[in-house]
Design a protein around this ligand. Structure first.
Ligand SMILES: *[C@@H]1O[C@H](CO)[C@@H](O)[C@H](O)[C@H]1NC(C)=O
Ligand SMILES: *[C@@H]1O[C@H](CO)[C@@H](O)[C@H](O)[C@H]1NC(C)=O
Length: 301
């Protein structure tokens, strides 16, 4: 009897940890440079265990997110700590906290955003990648193990070098001339109601795509390109965990052996193949085993 109880408790504990009542987010940095993810919880949702950390090239980190969490993630680049003041600042996506932890501050635009509302309407998770605040690096979101449509989304294109001149953010202190490090949104660059969907343009009927937002939309058809771009940019999945990959590797039109990778066509002529590290992990097997054990144990009482 005592053994059963212990096992039951262990199972409940592992169910909690393995994501039945919470989701996990696994961040992976496939960029050729270091990325410092920033994490911001929405108003009224529980805080996360971290609000910022470093991801070296090739590194991954998983965090557990409480049920019904909402908020956003982004990648900070070109970060340094000032040796005199000790202040930590980033060339793009800086959150102004002066430390690696963002502690409740959001990204200074331009920054590519991964936005989530977990366990929302109908128990579904809603997620998107947004370029409404501009772009600084490619991001891919892939749901893992959920039910429903559960499409991958993201912006895979490198919009920095191709950014329209009037929106380009050039790194100030580079020796090798001007390197474009981010691409501003038209709203941020020109600050007009028309581009920002404010004032008389504050509704889906009056705020239309601009030539600038269309530039983003063409390059990244699944990402939000302006405030009312919901129809083609918001995705749903239920009871999933998520991988968030900075600079996902792209392989164009190439079959890759017997791995049976999941192909994600995000942009015409560009297909992403997800490697084994981006597909389901063993944690779901544990979850199923535990759920089964709990049912068996409950049957005994
Ligand atoms: C460090 O901060 C000081 C004081 O703000 C500033 O004058 C200096 O230029 C900074 N150093 C670097 C390397 O950015
Ligand atoms: C891909 O190309 C087809 C045909 O040209 C077009 O109808 C479709 O909208 C394009 N899809 C995206 C996501 O751009």
């Amino acid at each position: 009897m005592a053994t059963f109880c212990t096992m039951l408790l262990l199972c409940i504990a592992s169910l909690l940890l393995s994501g039945v009542l919470s989701a996990t987010f696994t961040f992976t940095n496939n960029c050729a440079y270091t990325v410092w993810p920033g994490l911001l919880s929405g108003a009224g949702t529980p805080p996360l265990q971290t609000t910022g950390f470093v991801l070296n090239q090739g590194q991954s980190q998983t965090i557990t997110v409480p049920q019904s969490w909402s908020g956003r993630f982004w990648g900070r680049t070109l970060c340094t700590t000032n040796s005199t003041t000790g202040q930590f600042t980033c060339g793009t996506g800086d959150c102004g906290s002066g430390t690696v932890q963002c502690s409740g501050s959001g990204a200074v635009p331009p920054a590519t955003l991964a936005e989530f509302t977990l366990d929302g309407s109908g128990g579904m998770d809603f997620y998107d990648v947004s370029l409404v605040d501009g772009y600084n690096l490619p991001i891919l979101i892939v749901p893992q193990g959920g039910t429903g449509t559960c499409s991958a989304t993201g912006c895979l294109a490198d919009l920095n070098s191709a950014c329209p001149t009037s929106l380009k953010v050039v790194q100030a202190d580079t020796n090798e001339g001007s390197e474009s490090v981010a691409c501003r949104s038209a709203c941020e660059a020109f600050d007009t109601p028309e581009y920002c969907c404010s004032g008389e343009y504050g509704s889906p009927n009056t705020c239309k795509p601009s030539s600038y937002s269309q530039y983003f939309k063409n390059a990244c058809p699944r990402a939000y390109s302006y405030a009312y771009d919901d129809a083609t940019s918001t995705f749903t999945c239920t009871d999933a965990s998520y991988t968030i990959t900075f600079c996902p590797s792209t392989t164009s039109e190439k079959s890759s052996g017997g791995e049976n990778p999941e192909a994600v066509p995000l942009v015409n002529n560009t297909v992403v193949y997800l490697g084994p590290n981006q597909v389901n992990s063993a944690s779901h097997a544990l979850t199923r085993w535990c759920a089964y054990s709990v049912l068996v144990l409950l049957g005994l009482f």
